[in-house]
Design a protein around this ligand. Structure first.
Ligand code: 13P
Length: 255
Protein backbone atom coordinates (compact mmCIF):
# COMPACT_ATOMS: atom_id res chain seq x y z
CA UNK A 1 0.00 0.00 0.00
CA UNK A 2 1.39 3.36 -1.01
CA UNK A 3 0.46 6.31 1.18
CA UNK A 4 1.77 8.79 -1.36
CA UNK A 5 -1.20 7.90 -3.58
CA UNK A 6 -3.50 9.97 -1.39
CA UNK A 7 -3.43 13.31 0.36
CA UNK A 8 -3.74 13.51 4.11
CA UNK A 9 -6.76 15.46 5.26
CA UNK A 10 -7.08 16.89 8.76
CA UNK A 11 -10.63 18.02 9.41
CA UNK A 12 -12.06 19.63 12.51
CA UNK A 13 -15.62 18.89 13.56
CA UNK A 14 -16.68 21.68 15.85
CA UNK A 15 -20.02 19.98 16.62
CA UNK A 16 -22.38 22.38 18.50
CA UNK A 17 -19.70 24.83 19.57
CA UNK A 18 -18.77 28.45 18.80
CA UNK A 19 -20.78 31.52 17.88
CA UNK A 20 -19.93 33.31 14.61
CA UNK A 21 -17.73 35.80 16.48
CA UNK A 22 -15.92 32.96 18.26
CA UNK A 23 -15.55 31.08 14.96
CA UNK A 24 -13.90 34.11 13.36
CA UNK A 25 -11.52 34.52 16.30
CA UNK A 26 -10.53 30.85 16.33
CA UNK A 27 -9.89 30.75 12.58
CA UNK A 28 -7.81 33.95 12.76
CA UNK A 29 -5.74 32.24 15.45
CA UNK A 30 -5.39 29.04 13.43
CA UNK A 31 -4.49 30.56 10.07
CA UNK A 32 -0.82 31.37 10.72
CA UNK A 33 -0.34 28.10 12.62
CA UNK A 34 -1.45 25.88 9.72
CA UNK A 35 -0.40 27.99 6.73
CA UNK A 36 2.52 25.75 5.78
CA UNK A 37 0.58 22.48 6.10
CA UNK A 38 1.44 19.72 3.66
CA UNK A 39 -2.06 18.26 4.04
CA UNK A 40 -5.57 19.49 3.39
CA UNK A 41 -7.05 21.40 6.33
CA UNK A 42 -10.82 21.52 6.72
CA UNK A 43 -13.03 22.97 9.44
CA UNK A 44 -16.60 21.71 9.64
CA UNK A 45 -18.65 24.18 11.62
CA UNK A 46 -22.26 24.81 12.69
CA UNK A 47 -24.52 26.20 9.96
CA UNK A 48 -24.76 29.64 11.56
CA UNK A 49 -20.97 29.92 11.62
CA UNK A 50 -20.46 29.10 7.93
CA UNK A 51 -20.53 32.65 6.64
CA UNK A 52 -18.14 33.93 9.30
CA UNK A 53 -15.85 30.93 8.80
CA UNK A 54 -15.79 31.39 5.02
CA UNK A 55 -14.92 35.07 5.41
CA UNK A 56 -12.25 34.44 8.04
CA UNK A 57 -10.62 31.65 6.02
CA UNK A 58 -10.66 33.45 2.67
CA UNK A 59 -7.25 33.47 1.02
CA UNK A 60 -5.89 30.86 3.44
CA UNK A 61 -5.39 27.10 3.07
CA UNK A 62 -8.30 26.37 5.42
CA UNK A 63 -11.39 24.97 3.73
CA UNK A 64 -14.83 25.09 5.27
CA UNK A 65 -17.42 22.37 5.64
CA UNK A 66 -20.80 21.77 7.26
CA UNK A 67 -21.69 19.01 9.69
CA UNK A 68 -24.71 17.56 7.90
CA UNK A 69 -27.13 18.23 5.04
CA UNK A 70 -30.62 17.15 4.01
CA UNK A 71 -31.19 14.89 0.99
CA UNK A 72 -33.75 17.05 -0.79
CA UNK A 73 -32.82 20.19 -2.73
CA UNK A 74 -35.62 22.22 -1.12
CA UNK A 75 -39.07 21.77 0.34
CA UNK A 76 -41.14 21.48 3.49
CA UNK A 77 -38.44 20.23 5.86
CA UNK A 78 -38.51 22.63 8.78
CA UNK A 79 -35.12 23.16 10.35
CA UNK A 80 -33.14 21.41 7.63
CA UNK A 81 -30.46 22.71 5.25
CA UNK A 82 -29.84 21.27 1.79
CA UNK A 83 -26.55 20.44 0.12
CA UNK A 84 -27.46 22.93 -2.63
CA UNK A 85 -27.78 25.67 -0.01
CA UNK A 86 -24.36 24.78 1.39
CA UNK A 87 -22.82 24.91 -2.05
CA UNK A 88 -24.49 28.25 -2.69
CA UNK A 89 -22.82 29.87 0.33
CA UNK A 90 -19.41 28.57 -0.79
CA UNK A 91 -18.98 25.47 1.34
CA UNK A 92 -16.83 22.65 -0.11
CA UNK A 93 -17.18 19.82 2.42
CA UNK A 94 -19.90 18.17 4.45
CA UNK A 95 -19.77 15.52 7.15
CA UNK A 96 -22.40 12.81 6.63
CA UNK A 97 -23.41 10.01 8.98
CA UNK A 98 -21.58 11.12 12.11
CA UNK A 99 -22.39 8.75 14.96
CA UNK A 100 -23.97 11.60 16.92
CA UNK A 101 -26.43 12.09 14.04
CA UNK A 102 -27.07 8.34 13.92
CA UNK A 103 -27.44 8.00 17.71
CA UNK A 104 -29.35 11.17 18.67
CA UNK A 105 -31.11 12.29 15.50
CA UNK A 106 -32.30 9.10 13.87
CA UNK A 107 -29.91 8.93 10.94
CA UNK A 108 -29.81 5.44 9.44
CA UNK A 109 -27.66 3.81 6.77
CA UNK A 110 -30.46 4.56 4.32
CA UNK A 111 -30.74 8.28 5.15
CA UNK A 112 -26.94 8.49 5.17
CA UNK A 113 -26.94 7.09 1.63
CA UNK A 114 -29.51 9.69 0.56
CA UNK A 115 -27.51 12.53 2.13
CA UNK A 116 -24.33 11.32 0.42
CA UNK A 117 -26.17 11.29 -2.91
CA UNK A 118 -27.45 14.84 -2.40
CA UNK A 119 -24.05 16.16 -1.32
CA UNK A 120 -22.30 14.66 -4.34
CA UNK A 121 -25.02 15.95 -6.68
CA UNK A 122 -24.47 19.43 -5.26
CA UNK A 123 -20.75 19.21 -5.95
CA UNK A 124 -19.62 18.88 -2.34
CA UNK A 125 -16.90 16.62 -0.98
CA UNK A 126 -18.31 14.19 1.57
CA UNK A 127 -16.66 13.14 4.82
CA UNK A 128 -18.56 9.90 5.44
CA UNK A 129 -18.41 8.63 9.02
CA UNK A 130 -18.60 4.95 9.93
CA UNK A 131 -17.84 3.19 13.18
CA UNK A 132 -18.93 0.59 15.68
CA UNK A 133 -20.37 0.79 19.19
CA UNK A 134 -18.37 -0.75 22.02
CA UNK A 135 -20.75 -3.73 22.28
CA UNK A 136 -20.24 -4.44 18.60
CA UNK A 137 -16.45 -4.39 19.00
CA UNK A 138 -16.78 -6.72 21.97
CA UNK A 139 -18.93 -9.07 19.88
CA UNK A 140 -16.17 -9.15 17.27
CA UNK A 141 -18.36 -7.67 14.52
CA UNK A 142 -16.53 -4.37 13.92
CA UNK A 143 -15.51 -5.28 10.37
CA UNK A 144 -19.03 -6.40 9.48
CA UNK A 145 -20.55 -3.19 10.87
CA UNK A 146 -18.19 -0.76 9.13
CA UNK A 147 -18.33 -2.78 5.91
CA UNK A 148 -22.11 -2.63 5.86
CA UNK A 149 -22.17 1.08 6.68
CA UNK A 150 -19.64 1.75 3.92
CA UNK A 151 -21.40 -0.37 1.30
CA UNK A 152 -24.83 1.12 1.95
CA UNK A 153 -23.57 4.70 2.07
CA UNK A 154 -21.69 4.27 -1.21
CA UNK A 155 -24.65 2.64 -2.96
CA UNK A 156 -25.03 4.39 -6.31
CA UNK A 157 -21.78 6.36 -5.99
CA UNK A 158 -19.72 6.14 -9.18
CA UNK A 159 -15.96 5.66 -9.29
CA UNK A 160 -15.63 9.24 -10.51
CA UNK A 161 -17.74 10.51 -7.61
CA UNK A 162 -15.70 8.46 -5.14
CA UNK A 163 -12.89 10.97 -5.71
CA UNK A 164 -15.04 13.42 -3.72
CA UNK A 165 -15.53 11.03 -0.82
CA UNK A 166 -13.39 10.80 2.30
CA UNK A 167 -14.23 8.08 4.81
CA UNK A 168 -13.71 8.71 8.51
CA UNK A 169 -13.50 5.66 10.75
CA UNK A 170 -14.79 6.79 14.12
CA UNK A 171 -15.26 4.07 16.73
CA UNK A 172 -18.17 5.40 18.80
CA UNK A 173 -16.53 4.35 22.05
CA UNK A 174 -13.56 6.59 21.30
CA UNK A 175 -15.50 9.78 20.58
CA UNK A 176 -15.21 12.43 23.26
CA UNK A 177 -14.20 9.82 25.80
CA UNK A 178 -10.45 10.31 25.83
CA UNK A 179 -10.25 6.62 25.00
CA UNK A 180 -8.46 6.44 21.66
CA UNK A 181 -8.26 3.36 19.50
CA UNK A 182 -4.71 2.09 19.47
CA UNK A 183 -2.79 2.87 16.33
CA UNK A 184 -3.04 -0.81 15.41
CA UNK A 185 -6.81 -0.92 15.95
CA UNK A 186 -7.29 2.22 13.86
CA UNK A 187 -5.11 0.89 11.07
CA UNK A 188 -6.77 -2.53 11.09
CA UNK A 189 -10.26 -1.08 10.58
CA UNK A 190 -9.10 1.55 8.08
CA UNK A 191 -7.53 -1.24 6.07
CA UNK A 192 -10.72 -3.29 6.28
CA UNK A 193 -12.65 -0.29 4.92
CA UNK A 194 -10.13 0.09 2.09
CA UNK A 195 -10.52 -3.61 1.27
CA UNK A 196 -14.30 -3.19 1.04
CA UNK A 197 -13.88 -0.19 -1.25
CA UNK A 198 -11.49 -2.28 -3.38
CA UNK A 199 -14.16 -4.95 -3.83
CA UNK A 200 -16.59 -2.24 -4.99
CA UNK A 201 -14.35 -0.05 -7.15
CA UNK A 202 -11.06 -1.89 -7.66
CA UNK A 203 -7.72 -1.57 -5.93
CA UNK A 204 -6.58 1.61 -7.66
CA UNK A 205 -9.65 3.54 -6.52
CA UNK A 206 -9.28 2.14 -3.01
CA UNK A 207 -5.60 3.10 -2.89
CA UNK A 208 -6.53 6.66 -3.82
CA UNK A 209 -9.19 7.00 -1.11
CA UNK A 210 -8.43 9.10 1.95
CA UNK A 211 -9.50 7.24 5.09
CA UNK A 212 -9.30 9.22 8.31
CA UNK A 213 -9.38 8.12 11.91
CA UNK A 214 -11.48 10.03 14.43
CA UNK A 215 -12.08 9.58 18.15
CA UNK A 216 -10.08 11.42 20.81
CA UNK A 217 -7.27 12.20 18.39
CA UNK A 218 -5.20 14.90 20.03
CA UNK A 219 -1.84 16.69 19.98
CA UNK A 220 -0.22 13.82 21.88
CA UNK A 221 -1.42 10.74 20.01
CA UNK A 222 -1.82 12.13 16.48
CA UNK A 223 1.67 11.37 15.27
CA UNK A 224 1.48 7.67 16.08
CA UNK A 225 -2.00 7.29 14.59
CA UNK A 226 -1.12 9.22 11.44
CA UNK A 227 2.04 7.18 10.92
CA UNK A 228 -0.06 4.10 10.24
CA UNK A 229 -0.10 3.02 6.59
CA UNK A 230 -3.89 3.16 6.22
CA UNK A 231 -4.58 6.22 8.38
CA UNK A 232 -4.65 9.16 5.97
CA UNK A 233 -5.73 11.91 8.28
CA UNK A 234 -8.02 12.69 11.15
CA UNK A 235 -11.48 13.94 11.98
CA UNK A 236 -10.96 15.92 15.14
CA UNK A 237 -13.61 16.95 17.64
CA UNK A 238 -12.47 18.48 20.93
CA UNK A 239 -8.91 19.22 19.86
CA UNK A 240 -10.15 21.20 16.84
CA UNK A 241 -11.53 23.84 19.20
CA UNK A 242 -8.03 24.78 20.32
CA UNK A 243 -5.77 26.37 17.72
CA UNK A 244 -2.53 25.16 19.28
CA UNK A 245 -3.65 21.53 19.60
CA UNK A 246 -5.19 21.44 16.13
CA UNK A 247 -2.05 22.85 14.55
CA UNK A 248 0.09 20.16 16.19
CA UNK A 249 -2.13 17.53 14.57
CA UNK A 250 -1.89 19.30 11.20
CA UNK A 251 1.88 19.32 11.54
CA UNK A 252 1.93 15.61 12.42
CA UNK A 253 -0.01 14.91 9.20
CA UNK A 254 2.41 17.01 7.19
CA UNK A 255 5.43 14.84 8.00
P1 13P B 1 -13.36 13.86 19.66
O1 13P B 1 -12.09 14.19 18.92
O2 13P B 1 -13.83 14.98 20.56
O3 13P B 1 -13.30 12.54 20.34
O4 13P B 1 -14.51 13.75 18.55
C1 13P B 1 -14.27 12.96 17.44
C2 13P B 1 -15.36 13.19 16.48
O5 13P B 1 -16.48 12.82 16.71
C3 13P B 1 -15.04 13.90 15.25
O6 13P B 1 -16.09 13.84 14.36
Amino acid sequence: MNKTLRKAVIAGNWKMNKTPAEAKALIEEMKPLVSDADCDVVLCVPYVDLQAALEASEGSNIKIGAENCHWEVSGAYTGEVSAEMLKAVGVDYVIIGHSERRTYFGDTDVTVQKRVRAALDAGLTVILCVGEYLEQREQGITTEIVSMQTKIALGGVSEEELKRVIIAYEPVWAIGTGRTATAEQANEVNKAIRDVVATLYGQAAADGLTIQYGGSMNAKNAEELLAQPDVDGGLIGGASLKAADFSVIVRAASK
